[in-house]
Ligand binder design. Structure first.
Ligand code: SAH
Length: 242
């Protein structure tokens, strides 16, 4: 009687961990999010019940309902997989679900996944850390601001790669605050939509151009000098402007 919080990786089923694949084959019930690729769901046993608790924007199955569902399933089944995109503890509310299950006395375990925060840039040939270009990487959500929130002004840093998840809707405000925080309007930007799926699309631009880019979620936004790199093809570090 265990509920496994399992990372599904960014898309393609080949990027599942072996542990995730084994659990999917064993699970009696798979409770999954909206962004899970069909190739991953196909790894579940044909006898498994698949439950989609995906949250389309504005149409949410509340987190409390999901927690209650997982608790009930955990009490009535041997093996339940709660499948979450990427890594379950990176903006997936996996931590909250694990606490709710534990508080209810349901056995849980967690299986890491390949997060889109790092594998999305990689899919575009962007190494988020690169000697002489970026000393590190900051992963943040672009979601949920109120009017007084100036977070992006405070985290602007020219020597780091900034990786923004869930940032497409707020991209104008993010660009404005990063510029106010000291980043040049010429700072490279890359947007990777639907990384590691058949719909993957990469757009390169500058911070100045970010607000007007024609891009749609799910997407990863990379801001910083590494966003100009594509080590998989032609560009070299020499094309970075600083
Ligand atoms: N736990 C997930 C993130 C969940 S938040 C992870 O570790 O990847 C959902 C956001 O992740 C999306 O809005 C988008 O910004 C990003 N995302 C997830 N999968 C993606 C993919 N295949 N391509 C681009 N962005 C993705």
């Amino acid at each position: 009687m265990t509920v496994y919080l399992v990372g599904a990786g960014p898309g393609d089923a080949d990027l599942l961990t072996l542990r995730a694949a084994k659990l999917l084959a064993r699970a009696e019930v798979v409770v999954h999010d909206r962004l899970i690729d069909d190739s991953v769901l196909a790894m579940a046993s044909v006898n498994a019940e698949l439950i989609d608790v995906g949250k389309a924007p504005g149409d949410s199955v509340s987190q409390a309902i999901i927690n209650d569902l997982l608790i009930a399933l955990g009490r009535s089944h041997d093996c339940v997989v709660r499948l979450k995109g990427g890594d379950p503890f990176v903006f997936g509310r996996g931590g909250e679900e694990m606490i709710a299950l534990r508080d209810a006395g349901v056995a849980t375990d967690v299986v890491p996944g390949v997060t889109s925060a790092l594998s999305g840039p990689l899919a575009a040939g962007i190494p988020v850390t690169h000697r002489g270009v970026a000393r590190g990487v900051t992963v943040v959500t672009g979601h949920v601001f109120d009017e007084s929130d100036d977070y992006f002004r405070r985290i602007a840093h020219p020597e780091l790669s900034l990786v923004i998840l869930m940032g497409v809707g707020q991209r104008a405000r993010i660009a404005e605050q990063l510029t106010e925080g000291g980043l040049s309007a010429e700072t490279p930007v890359a947007v990777i939509e639907s990384a590691w799926t058949a719909r993957q699309r990469v757009t390169r631009a500058t911070l100045f151009e970010l607000p007007n880019l024609d891009v749609a979620p799910p997407a990863i936004i990379v801001v910083g000098p590494t966003a100009a790199l594509d080590v998989a093809t032609t560009m070299s570090a020499a094309t970075v402007r600083w």
